[in-house]
Design a protein around this ligand. Structure first.
Ligand SMILES: C[S@@+](CC[C@H](N)C(=O)[O-])C[C@H]1O[C@@H](n2cnc3c(N)ncnc32)[C@H](O)[C@@H]1O
Length: 322
């Protein structure tokens, strides 16, 4: 099928724009390329009630589980892992030292704001890369630097050092380099939810998602948002540490998801529209849509849901008696 035909097929299907679906940005400590911030509430609706645990092996910004927790929809815990050490540290610091973390963030802004591209690149990133011994200070600096990334794409290498990706202030009205009240409140909301949910984020290895998926029981929900497939090119900070995600990895992930589904686990997977056929061929119900750029922009997101056994064994809000 030609690219154009494929596009028309998508457009003819469940195409809709979800731009501005969310008026208030969801709680999250940072943005990330491939992050689901802008559509987190939409994915939360698709996931629905989680009678057991919500399992998210590719946590990233965590905006989806944080929104679901905020909506009071999780009966059990959030179980998560992430490949990027910087992200894992930020979550664990937020949970254990949230107020100190917010204080550190405020003090970085009061010292350096407006934090434009030059200050981020030439002053703060070198400080971060030199190694900050205190995990709280390191997390605060990582969160501030992520905020300065162009297209949410802070580039990092295998050693967890920042190698580039900063945006310039001039053409963008939204990014002022200041700590606005709304940005501060968004981070604080994320910290409070992470504390309240006692969110534990494990450091992932390339294949550790397998054990997480296998560990899911009936009435748990697994949200899968793996990296887009790449050949030798790192798209996410975490990939530099655990290796690039491949087509083979996606195939294995879908196989494991199918096995979990047979045990009564609900699976929700988001990915690029190229995945639609692979998902619907394996029994997922799918919808394809665009997340930015208005009604004429090409679709860039697919959501696949596998929940037959789940609905058979779980009632809303709790597990059925065995
Ligand atoms: C598409 S993003 C997830 C975005 C997330 N759902 C959000 O809303 O921000 C994929 C994430 O998986 C991480 N990652 C990459 N390879 C991984 C692996 N093998 N195991 C676990 N996480 C991995 C990346 O660092 C990235 O944060």
């Amino acid at each position: 099928m030609s690219m154009e035909d494929a596009l028309n097929k998508w457009l003819g299907k469940t195409y809709e724009s979800s731009r501005f679906h969310s008026r208030v940005l969801p709680p999250a400590l940072f943005t990330l390329i491939g992050g689901k911030g802008i559509i987190a509430d939409r994915i939360a609706e698709v996931i629905g009630d989680v009678p057991g645990n919500l399992i998210d092996p590719f946590l990233g910004t965590g905006s989806v589980p944080l929104v679901i927790w905020q909506n009071n929809k999780i009966g059990g815990r959030i179980i998560a892992q992430e490949a990027s050490s910087a992200i894992v540290n930020a979550y664990n610091v937020a949970r254990d030292n949230g107020d100190t973390l917010m204080g550190e963030i405020r003090s970085i802004y009061s010292k350096y704001a407006p934090i434009d591209r030059d200050i981020a690149r030439d002053k703060l990133a070198p400080m971060y890369n030199a190694g900050i011994d205190d995990p709280v200070k390191s997390a605060a600096m990582f969160i501030v630097l992520s905020r300065c990334a162009f297209n949410s794409h802070l580039q990092m290498n295998k050693e967890g050092k920042i190698t580039g990706g900063f945006q310039s202030i001039t053409p963008r009205r939204i990014f002022t380099g200041e700590l606005s009240q709304s940005l501060h409140d968004r981070w604080l909301r994320a910290v409070r939810i992470i504390q309240e949910s006692k969110l534990m984020v494990q450091k992932a290895t390339h294949d550790s998602w397998v054990d997480m998926v296998r560990g899911a029981g009936p009435c748990d929900v697994i949200y899968l948002d793996p990296p887009y497939e790449g050949r030798g090119q790192f798209k996410y900070p975490g990939e530099a540490e655990v290796g690039v995600w491949t087509e083979e990895d996606t195939r294995e992930l879908i196989d494991e998801a199918l096995m979990a589904s047979r045990r009564g686990v609900k699976i929700v997977m988001s990915n690029s529209p190229q995945m639609e056929k692979a998902l619907s061929d394996r029994g997922f119900s799918t919808s394809v849509f665009t997340t930015y750029g208005g009604p004429n922009a090409p679709p860039n997101e697919v959501i696949g849901v596998l929940d037959k056994e789940f609905r058979a064994t779980c009632v809303v809000g709790k597990k059925q008696e065995e």
